[in-house]
Every structure is written in C-alpha cells, then in structure tokens.
Design a protein around this ligand. Structure first.
Ligand SMILES: [Zn+2]
Length: 461
C-alpha cells in the first residue's frame, strides 16, 4: 500500500512537472477564454503552471490565455472552457502592417521633429539591451527643457505585443501639434507644460513581434526575456506579484532594475521630474493606480484614486488598483514612480477584451479618439486646484492640510529647481520647506495658504 502511495506521488509530481515543461517550450496558437469559479485560486493555479495570461478580470471572473493543444487539455481538466479561437500560425503571424515597428517609430519621430521644429524636441534617452534607441519626444514651446513649468510623461510598450499603445502616444503628439492654433487647451498645454512622450519602452521586444512572434511580451534578455514591468526596484519580488521562472511571462529578472530599459526609464524620470504619468498598456479597459500589492493604497488626502476614478469615467473604463481589478503585481513602474520618484502615476489598459493585443488597424482611429478624454483630463488637472512649487536649493517639502484642529501631512517629498504641481482639494494648508544643506542658518520656511474651488497657488523657495 505504502509503495502504491509512493508511486502515485512520484507519478503525479512528474506529470505536473512535465506539463509545466511542455507549456514552457510550446507556447501554442490557441487563444482560450476561461470562466472562473474562484478567481484567486484559479489565478494562483494558472500562474503556477506559467500559462501566458493575456487578460484577467475579477469583474467578469474570467481569463484569457494563449496556449498549445497540450496546454488546453491540461486546462480543461480544471476549467470550463468558454471559447477557443484558433488562428492559422497565430504566433508566427505579424500584426496588421500599419502598426509601428521600432524603425517606424524612429522615422515618425524624426519626421515630426522636422515638421514642427519649434515644438518637437527629440532625444535618445538610452539604449535597449540590443542597442536600439529609446526615444523621448518633448512637446513644448521652449527650445530647452524649462524647469519653471511642470512636466508630465506618457509612455507606451513596456510590453512588446501591445501595439495599440504606441498609436495612443502618437495621437497625443499629433493632436496637440495639429490643434494648437485652433484649440485653446492645446495652445495652453504647449505653452505651459513640458510634455514628454516615450512611444516605445521595449523596442527589442517589438522587433521580435515583427520578426516571428507576435505574442512576445518581455524584453529579449538571454532568449527568454524579462518583464520590464516587473523589474522596477520598489518592493521588487515581495508579494508574489511576479515570477522567478525565466519562461514565465511575468519573469521579474535576476535582480531589481537588472534590465537596461528599466534603468533608462528610471534615470529619465529622475531627470524630467514629472508631476503625473500614464503608462499605456493593452488590453481590458481599465485605469490602474498604485499600489500593486494587496491592501496597499495611496493616502486618500493625495487624491490619487479620486483622479484615477475621474479619469476612468471620462472613457467608461474600470478604475482600481491592480490587486482590486486583476491580481497582485510587484516591480511595476507605477509603484516605483509613486513611492520613489514622487510622481502621481497611472496605467491605462486600452482596448476592449474582444479586441485582444493586435486588432485590425481599422480599430485604431476610434480607439485613440476615445482615449483622448483620459489624457486630456490629466493635462487639464494642472489648471485645477493645487499648488506649483519650485526651489532654488534641493530640500524637503511638506504640505499639510487642516482637518478640524489638526494638521495632516498630505505630501512629504524632496524638491529642487524643477517646478512640480501637487493637486489638492479645497481647504486650508500649510507648506514647510527645509533646504538640505549644512548651512546652519537655513531654517524651516512655513507659509499658510487656502485652496478654494479651482485655484492654483505658486511658491518658490
Ligand atoms: Zn502590458
């Protein structure tokens, strides 16, 4: 009897191991929709067997995975399968040729800079693993980056297969540039902000999408790739929100910020010091804000979730943290942006679940037009209640709000000559600034101010 039990244990464990290995080596060409009965357990299971999870929704209690025949067989032991679509050579098929390859983006950015030399400032901010440029486009009427204006960053394509996201970035540029003579908002944004666009965070992965594997997500590290959006250092590998397996689609990398693309983004953000950012992903129609690990939230006084909800409402998307909408995520860019770079960051998952990663190009114009309301909401937020702060020395800034008889800290951040905008609600506030210097005469500067309706206040220390 004991022998039989031992045999069964060995048999079952070798079965599951071989299934997992099979999945690793045969990504397959089936797009499967699974109806879940227990979302969290099912997620754990799919994650354990390293299925390529392309969509998840707690709200609809379902998942999409791309897998092989063997993978489907293994899945159907556990799940009721809703839908299986087989595309001929699904993985070998390139996306609709009108979407952008790394060369296309390069060419587009250079042409845009030639067309609008006063307003388009193109810069390579660093190189990918395979030596491709990561481009940043600064849209502004200032020839050089202007530290007296707040900045904002929009980026796309952390994940290579999410081709629609590049189109959103291109549309932000062209909408502002084509409308600044006939639209007051476009003109104002051009004149009063530094708008940074990074159309392609992961050009190497994109190259792979165009040269043989349209479902590629990660960068190209050692053939298996690292998920750049699980590689940021804040709480890297802390809440089971990424994978240690090199084959997994959410492989976090060997160490925090191990990847050049992650490093380039971090260095650039530290330089540009944006007030806000949006990282565009696809798909699922969601607006996601920090934090990625269960039960972690941004302080309500800062209004991050309120902004996210208002932004989502402009386009009818679902707002939430990733653990509310999907599952735990660690090493994602928005957590690092918020906690370590002092940015109010969002992820927008564009496109409906019926469109997948690579919809026909006919879907492009309606999608980018719809998404305009979201990024325009964020740019419009600079003109609503809040405070613009800059300082000639680097120092520590604290903004406190009066609540009944107490002062409650809303922001506690480091600051320097780059002007930053901090959104606030109506109320009475106190601002404290302390220069970080050995100068014994430098004391706390304390001012009080009031925010009413949509007033913006400005301080320079
Ligand atoms: Zn993504």
């Amino acid at each position: 009897m004991l022998k039989l039990i031992m045999f069964l244990i060995v048999f079952v464990s070798s079965l599951s191991r071989s299934s997992a290995n099979f999945l690793e080596q045969n990504p397959g060409n089936l797009n499967v929709e699974i109806q879940s009965q227990n979302f969290e357990d099912d997620y754990e299971w799919l994650h354990k067997y390293q299925y390529d999870l392309t969509y998840a929704s707690k709200k609809f209690q379902n998942f999409h995975v791309v897998t092989s025949e063997a993978g489907l067989k293994f899945l159907s032991k556990r799940f009721k399968i809703n839908q299986v679509s087989l595309k001929e050579n699904f993985l070998m098929m390139a996306p609709d040729g009108d979407y952008q390859s790394p060369d296309d983006v390069n060419q587009w950015a250079n042409e845009l800079a030639k067309l609008y030399p006063e307003f388009v400032h193109l810069e390579s901010i660093g190189k990918s693993l395979e030596g491709r440029d990561l481009w940043a486009i600064r849209i502004s009427d200032d020839q050089d980056a202007n530290p007296n204006e707040p900045s904002v960053i929009f980026n796309a394509l952390h994940h290579a297969r999410e081709v629609m996201t590049v189109e959103v970035i291109m549309d932000i540029a062209t909408w502002i540039l084509e409308n600044h003579t006939n639209n007051d908002q476009a003109e104002k944004w051009l004149k009063s902000l530094q708008i940074y666009l990074i159309p392609m965070v992961n050009p190497d992965g994109s190259n792979k999408v165009w040269t043989g594997n349209s479902m590629w997500r990660k960068n190209v590290r050692d053939g298996h790739g690292v998920d750049i959006n699980r590689n940021y250092p804040y709480k890297w590998n802390t809440c089971n929100g990424s994978s240690s397996s090199t084959y997994a689609q959410d492989y976090r990398g060997p160490s925090a910020a191990s990847e050049p693309e992650t490093q380039v983004m971090m260095a650039f953000i530290k330089k540009a010091k944006p007030s806000f950012s949006i990282s565009f992903h696809s798909y699922g129609e969601m607006v996601i804000y920090p934090f990625g690990c269960r039960d972690n939230r941004t302080p309500p006084e800062m209004g991050v979730e309120k902004m996210g909800k208002e932004m989502a409402a402009t386009i009818g998307y679902s707002p939430g943290t990733s653990w509310e909408l999907l599952y735990d995520v660690d090493g994602g860019d928005i957590d690092w942006l918020f906690a370590e770079a002092g940015v109010i960051p969002f992820v927008i998952e564009v496109s409906p679940r019926t469109d997948g990663f690579q919809p026909s190009f006919a879907k492009r114009d309606p999608l980018v037009t719809k998404v305009r309301s979201a990024w325009q909401y964020l740019l419009g937020r600079f003109d609503r209640a809040g405070i613009n702060v800059s300082s000639s020395k680097s120092g520590r800034l604290e903004i406190l709000k009066k609540q009944n008889v107490r002062w409650k800290t809303v922001y506690s951040v480091s600051t320097n000559e780059q002007l930053k905008f901090y959104p606030l609600e109506s109320g009475n506030y106190k601002i404290k600034f302390r220069a970080l210097s050995s100068d014994t005469e430098s004391k706390n500067v304390v001012e009080t101010f009031q925010i009413k309706d949509n007033t913006t206040v400005k301080y320079h220390f």
